[in-house]
Design a binder for this molecule. Structure first.
Ligand SMILES: [Zn+2]
Length: 186
C-alpha cells in the first residue's frame, strides 16, 4: 500500500471526494491516527450508506436513524469495510472532520493534527481479521509518507465520556503486532 505524495491519497483504493474537510492550520504536522468505528444504520453492515453519509448524499427518508443525522457534516480520511475493501474520502494533507471536541495530551482540536480511520463495525461486534490487516498496512503507509505521525488512539481515548468507538470489541493487542516502528499506542 502506497500514498502518492502528489495527491496525498492511497493510490490503490477508490477515492470518493467528501466536501466535509478543509485546510489544516499552517505549520501543523500530522502526529496522530484516530481509530473510529461506524455502521449505518447502527449495527447493519454492507451497503453504501457510510459512503453517502460522508459525501452528504444520504437520504433522510430512507431510514429513521438517517433522519437523526441529516444535518451532520462529517468525514474520515479512510474507511475500512468488514471485507477489507477500502475507500478514501479526504486526502491526508487536508483536515477531515472526524474527532470533534477532543484532546490528545494537553492539545485540543485533534482534527488539526490527526488522520481519521473508520472501521465498519460497532463497539461490540468483533472486527474482522482483514480489517486489522488493512489497518496495519494503512499505518505503515502513513508512517512512511508522514514520519511525524507517532501515535494511534481510539476516538474514545481522545473524547472520553462523549465517544465510545471503536469500543471494547477493538483488540488493541491485534493491532500492536502490526504497528510500524515509531508509532505507539496509549
Ligand atoms: Zn468516532
Amino acid at each position: 500500500m502506497n500514498i502518492d505524495p502528489a495527491t496525498n491519497r492511497i493510490d490503490s483504493i477508490p477515492y470518493r471526494r467528501s466536501p466535509n474537510c478543509d485546510q489544516r492550520p499552517p505549520e501543523t504536522p500530522i502526529e496522530l491516527v484516530v481509530v473510529h468505528s461506524i455502521s449505518l444504520p447502527p449495527g447493519e453492515f454492507g451497503g453504501t450508506a457510510i459512503e453517502r453519509f460522508f459525501t452528504n448524499e444520504l437520504d433522510p427518508a430512507e431510514h429513521p436513524y438517517f433522519e437523526t443525522i441529516r444535518d451532520l457534516r462529517v468525514s474520515a480520511h479512510v474507511v475500512i469495510y468488514r471485507d477489507g475493501s477500502m475507500r478514501q474520502f479526504v486526502p491526508f494533507d487536508r483536515r477531515a472532520w472526524h474527532a470533534g471536541e477532543s484532546r490528545f495530551g494537553d492539545r485540543r482540536r485533534c482534527n488539526d493534527f490527526s488522520i481519521g480511520i473508520e472501521l465498519e463495525g460497532t463497539d461490540t461486534d468483533p472486527y474482522t481479521s482483514v480489517q486489522y490487516e488493512r489497518l496495519g498496512q494503512v499505518l505503515e503507509a502513513i508512517k512512511r509518507a508522514y514520519p511525524s505521525v507517532h501515535a494511534v488512539r481510539g476516538h474514545a481515548d481522545i473524547a472520553p465520556g462523549r465517544k465510545s468507538d471503536p469500543g471494547p470489541a477493538f483488540d488493541w493487542g491485534q493491532l500492536s503486532s502490526r504497528l510500524p516502528e515509531g508509532m505507539g499506542m496509549a
